[in-house]
Design a protein around this ligand. Structure first.
Ligand SMILES: [Zn+2]
Ligand SMILES: [Zn+2]
Length: 322
């Protein structure tokens, strides 16, 4: 055997040995952990600290849910964004520490939507806060995935907070007459809203919002009715920086940024919902301010830019808090 051949043989033997080691290491590997990092993400907005809180994800099927479009069109747009028929859809809330007040915008689903949601309160604690510290809860609208977290086991989850929501939503969703005349599948929406809000109404801790109102210094409610009769967005401003929390102005990024006219079956008044969405997109693109959206992939914070008649979502970069 020549010298080089011997080296080659030794080399191959050594390689085989390390491969054997590698594969036996894989067999004896650590158990897979299968949990995610705690669901909070912080940014500073002027003097305000904003913490996005993750409630969980829910699989939505846009082909079945989206309206004012076709299944084929939705399928094409989903495919373009590497999405399948079921899109894992985030539910996000936002905690704002103004320095003098702790304000939560939307509360997640609590116990209303099963095991994949209902983590907002745990993530609020993981983010360094306690539910008792929350002074005000601003509700974008009274769908269960936004208000379910107001109660835990029938008790006030935020015992020291005043709850604010659009008066038209309270009149609509908390009406016994509306519940009675609702169809079977719609009844759950009313029951979820009542179970979540009524304990606060009974305790004198609910304040309805009428029209555009400054609720606290730097935090304003702006009516964007359509998705529900009293749907509000919240405008947060500090030191010239601006964040608009959209609630449910849109649900499916892959479709509704490209085609803002596409609506969803949860809309109470889909025509007005589409008008408000287009208005909000155009304003955010022009104003170049930060947007937070309840159902965009967590943390749901970013900017949007116009491209022809479509829009493009630009998520924030992951970053340290500065
Ligand atoms: Zn909704
Ligand atoms: Zn929602």
């Amino acid at each position: 055997m020549t010298q080089p051949t011997r080296w080659l043989r030794r080399g191959i033997a050594a390689m085989a040995g390390s491969l054997l080691l590698l594969s036996s290491a894989a067999y004896a590997g650590a158990p897979q952990v299968k949990t995610q990092a705690p669901g909070f993400y912080r940014v500073m907005l002027g003097d305000f600290e904003v913490t996005a809180l993750f409630d969980g994800t829910l699989d939505l099927e846009p082909k079945k849910l989206l309206t004012n479009t076709t299944q084929a069109q939705v399928g094409k747009l989903l495919d373009r964004s590497f999405e399948k028929d079921a899109v894992p859809t985030s539910v996000n809330g936002y905690l704002i520490n103004t320095g003098s007040k702790l304000v939560l915008v939307d509360t997640g689903a609590g116990g209303l939507f099963g095991p994949t949601l209902g983590n907002l309160q745990a993530n609020l604690k993981a983010a360094g806060y306690q539910p008792e510290q929350v002074d005000d809860v601003l509700v974008t609208h009274m769908h269960g995935d936004h208000v379910g977290g107001l109660v835990v086991d029938g008790k006030l989850a935020f015992p020291n907070a005043t709850i604010h929501a659009g008066k038209e939503d309270a009149d609509f969703w908390l009406s016994k007459a509306n519940l009675d005349k609702a169809s079977g599948e719609m009844k759950g929406f009313f029951q979820g809203a009542m179970a979540s809000l009524n304990p606060y109404v009974d305790a004198g801790k609910f304040k309805p919002i009428t029209g555009n109102t400054e609720l606290l210094p730097g935090i304003k409610a702006v009516a964007a009715h359509g998705h529900t009769p009293g749907h509000n967005v919240y405008v947060v401003e500090s030191k010239g920086q601006k964040l608009v929390l959209w609630g449910d102005l849109m649900h499916v990024a892959a479709v509704q940024f490209v085609q803002p006219q596409v609506t969803i079956s949860f809309d109470v008044d889909s025509k007005s919902a589409a008008v408000e969405r287009k208005k909000a997109y155009a304003d955010a693109a022009k104003g170049r301010y930060l947007v937070g959206s309840a159902h965009l992939p967590f943390p749901g914070l970013g900017h949007i830019r116009a491209e022809g008649k479509s829009y493009v979502w630009v998520p924030v970069d992951y970053q340290q808090v500065r």
